[in-house]
Design a protein around this ligand. Structure first.
Ligand code: F6R
Length: 252
């Protein structure tokens, strides 16, 4: 895994966006795996800036990692809404080029199976953008998720519900369940770029990069991925042993 440390959260976004734009130059119909949450917002902003300078995203297809169970798609807090607002509209990605798990499906198991089929039919993810939870989760694969897990209905941990309470009026309004790509599903992306910034991510980043590969820290699967890069600000990199002082370094 490569670890790149840059000046701040905006620079994290610019660096991750540069990696996406590189991929897009080689494949205009790139399948881009997109994370929601705060971490990748600076990346989406940098991609939108590239669009203003002429980059064409009209053939790009976007695949989300996860969705809450029981939040209507039109609700601004749904990940459907996030993908439309933060990614599809600013980049000009077509509505029929978006794939997001259906958190309101009457049969969640069937919805997860058809999500996997649709992803397969698109040829899988070319570049996957990831964030990381304070507890080492990726997508909504909480600690204990099998490293070969597939898209499924899952429970959110109390840590994650507390972290995401900032988006809801009351802590008890945070959904308890989600549909999420599995760690095994995410691991099939050909290239993965995880972005993290801030001191609250430092312990999870260190565990993912330098701890054992274990279900206790789902992001640790990245150590086994053939093309994974973490782009960090100095605070998120702070607990890495022998942390790089230069801008870029190879962790393993
Ligand atoms: C979101 C997702 C999550 C977030 C993680 C970090 O689709 O899959 O794994 O990336 O919870 O969230 P932020 O970036 O808000 O700290």
């Amino acid at each position: 895994m490569d670890v790149v440390v840059v000046a701040d959260a905006e620079a994290v976004g610019r660096r991750a966006a540069a990696m996406v734009l590189d991929g897009l130059r080689g494949d205009p119909s790139l399948v881009l795996g997109v994370a929601t949450g705060s971490s990748p917002v600076s990346t989406y902003r940098a991609l939108a800036e590239a669009r203003r300078r002429g980059t064409d995203f009209s053939q790009v297809r976007c695949v989300a990692l996860d969705e809450y169970v029981g939040i209507p798609e039109a609700d601004p807090r749904s990940y459907h809404a996030f993908v439309r607002r933060e990614i599809a509209e600013p980049l000009g990605v077509r509505a029929d080029h978006l794939l997001v798990p259906d958190g309101n499906a009457p049969d969640p198991e069937a919805a997860c199976a058809s999500f996997e089929v649709a992803l397969h039919d698109w040829g899988g993810v070319g570049i996957q953008l990831l964030g990381i939870g304070r507890n080492g989760h990726v997508g909504f694969n909480e600690p204990g998720s099998a490293l070969d897990s597939r898209t499924r209905r899952s429970a959110l941990s109390e840590t994650t519900r507390a972290d995401n309470a900032r988006f809801f009026p009351r802590p008890e309004d945070v959904p308890a369940y989600c549909l999420t790509q599995g760690v095994g599903t995410i691991a099939e992306a050909r290239s993965i770029v995880l972005v993290a910034s801030g001191p609250h991510k430092a312990a999870a980043v260190a565990a993912a990069v330098q701890g054992p590969v274990t279900e206790a820290c789902p992001a640790s699967f990245l150590q086994r991925h053939p093309d994974a890069t973490m782009v960090l600000d100095p605070e998120a990199a702070a607990e890495l042993a022998g942390q790089p002082t230069s801008e870029s370094s190879r962790a393993r």
